[in-house]
Design a protein around this ligand. Structure first.
Ligand code: SAM
Length: 290
């Protein structure tokens, strides 16, 4: 039995792991998620890379600013800027869970590691997360270029947030829709107006994307789902969690056979772009081309 199996379920039927989102450093986050074979940042990586390339081509610019919503400790930033794999991140942090290493030591180590390993130097990644501890760590470790801790589901952006949220070329998320919805995305769109960043969200099948799609339509976007492809997020922590999620999927009329029924959460990728802003990059190409 893994440590993750001891977590209670939240109102959506998922285990409640908010505790690990708020620690001073990422060790608990990675050790808990490794137990669950959490992998959506890595399964999402090739799609994000293709969308970034397509954006660069469509806008003829190399420097791209990505806003990662629900960025936690900067996982997507590490993966995209440094071309890292989840296994490397798990080794780096989960391996140290329970060790006496102090936050400062971990930070100093990360700063030099990240400074050395950045491969895409034209990629700037900034983050938004409700967890101040996660944002602080990710920024201090040089994983994020900037970050803001805020809950845009509750109220508007706090003072100073616009400087992080605006000027985005691409807004991304993994594992975050469900915690956040259209209020957060509207806050981001307002902060960026009149600019319209592209968006790519990886969303668990248990969370309908319809409301967000409609919001984005009002802002002049069209949203396409990446084919019939699904992306493995993590395995269920317990039979109870799986049962709750299967129940929810069945209520939504979603067939879980061969997917969640086999013990894994699956996400879908939604790519939203302003109408007319992507003539040469169809979603099919984003799925298939390198
Ligand atoms: C499952 S984690 C995903 C983290 C990261 N994107 C990944 O894939 O590893 C969900 C994240 O959403 C954040 N979150 C929850 N509610 C939020 C809110 N209202 N606004 C912003 N972030 C939120 C949590 O703090 C947590 O970091």
């Amino acid at each position: 039995m893994s440590t993750a199996e001891t977590f209670a379920l939240d109102e959506t039927g998922k285990i409640d792991i908010t505790d690990i989102y708020n620690k001073p450093d990422p060790r608990s986050y990675y050790s808990t998620l490794r137990d669950l074979d959490y992998q959506i940042p890595e399964t999402a990586k090739p799609v994000f890379q293709r969308v970034i390339s397509a954006y660069r081509r469509a806008h003829e610019k190399d420097k791209v600013r990505v806003l990662d919503v629900g960025c936690s400790y900067g996982i997507n930033a590490a993966i995209l800027k440094c071309d890292l794999e989840m296994d490397q991140l798990y080794k780096l942090y989960a391996g140290q869970a329970g060790s006496r290493t102090k936050r400062d030591q971990l930070l100093a180590h990360d700063q030099s590691l990240i400074d050395e390993c950045v491969k895409d130097t034209d990629l700037e990644v900034v983050g938004l997360d409700i967890s101040k501890s996660a944002i602080d760590y990710a920024v201090e470790a040089h994983l994020l270029d900037d970050g803001v801790a805020a809950n845009l589901e509750g109220s508007g952006p706090p003072p100073g947030a616009a400087a992080v949220l605006d000027e985005a070329d691409l807004v991304i998320s993994t594992g975050c829709i469900g915690y956040i919805g259209k209020k957060t995305l509207k806050g981001i769109l307002d902060a960026n107006a009149p600019r319209r960043p592209w968006m790519t969200h990886f969303v668990l099948r248990m969370f309908p994307f319809d409301e967000i799609r409609e919001l984005l339509e009002d802002f002049g976007y069209e949203t396409e789902k990446l084919g019939n492809q699904t992306f493995v997020q993590r395995r269920f922590a317990s039979e109870e969690e799986q049962e709750q999620v299967l129940q929810r999927l069945s209520e939504l009329g979603i067939d879980a056979r061969g997917l969640e029924a086999d013990g894994w959460y699956h996400a879908e990728a939604f790519i939203s772009r302003p109408v007319g802003d992507h003539a040469n990059a169809s979603v099919g190409k984003l799925a298939l081309s390198a």
